[in-house]
Design a protein around this ligand. Structure first.
Ligand code: CA
Length: 229
């Protein structure tokens, strides 16, 4: 599986439910990580930096609502969409009232098709490049479905790694990515790649972006990493 596929964290204490969710999310092409309670969920968030969290309300120990509240108050995690699963009628009103900060909610028993549609909907917002949409930054256009990249009227030739790098940058223009974050996102955390490899591919990406002229849109941030614009 390509490493730039979105990561979804499933927080659910019931093994059967966890399995159904994981199975269906993987079938959609997502990378799935799981946690069985709130404390493990918080650890997994810091460890895997998920793109979206499916969070069950009823969990042993720290409840889903408390986890949601904590994640939504932390700068590093508040932009991760949270899709809350709720079984209880009276909870729905509270979730709906956005008291929890949850981005969306689904009531149990849910339809898997509906849940997947809501997951995709949230991911389109935060990971447009991973959900088949086209991204634009100034005169650069990247079509994540056809893998075509153009600058102005010129088609650009990018290798697969440079394409994933550019997708990452174009999803969040202005954000500074450290080499380590780029390694996680583009190469995956399971394989060992020297951080200098990132510099090599950034160099290739810059060359490709400027092959037909134009300013270098990538910025080197000393001691921090790279950013687009
Ligand atoms: Ca539960």
């Amino acid at each position: 599986m390509a490493q730039d596929h979105p990561t979804v964290l499933v927080v659910e204490d019931e093994p059967a439910q966890r399995e159904v969710l994981s199975y269906n999310l993987e079938a959609e092409g997502f990378k799935v990580v799981t946690a069985f309670d709130g404390d493990e969920a918080l650890l997994m968030v810091d460890e895997t930096h998920p793109d979206l969290i499916v969070l069950d309300w009823m969990l042993p120990g720290t409840s889903g609502i408390e986890i949601c509240r904590r994640l939504k108050t932390r700068t590093e995690t508040k932009s991760i969409p949270i899709l809350m699963l709720s079984a209880r009628g009276e909870d729905v009103d509270r979730v709906r009232g956005l008291e929890t900060g949850a981005d969306d909610y689904v009531v149990k028993p849910y339809s898997v098709i509906e849940l997947m549609a809501r997951v995709r909907n949230q991911l389109r917002r935060v990971r447009p490049g991973a959900t088949g949409q086209s991204l634009t930054y100034l005169d650069i256009n990247l079509d994540s479905e056809t893998h075509r990249v153009t600058r102005g009227t010129d088609a650009l030739k990018l290798g697969p790694t440079e394409f994933r790098l550019l997708t990452t940058f174009m999803e969040k223009p202005g954000r500074v990515w450290s080499r380590e974050q780029l390694l996680d996102r583009v190469w995956g955390r399971d394989i060992y790649v020297d951080s200098r490899t990132v510099d090599v591919h950034i160099g290739r990406l810059r060359k490709a972006l400027c092959a037909h002229g134009g300013d270098d849109p990538l910025r080197t941030v000393r001691g921090a990493g790279y950013a687009l614009g």
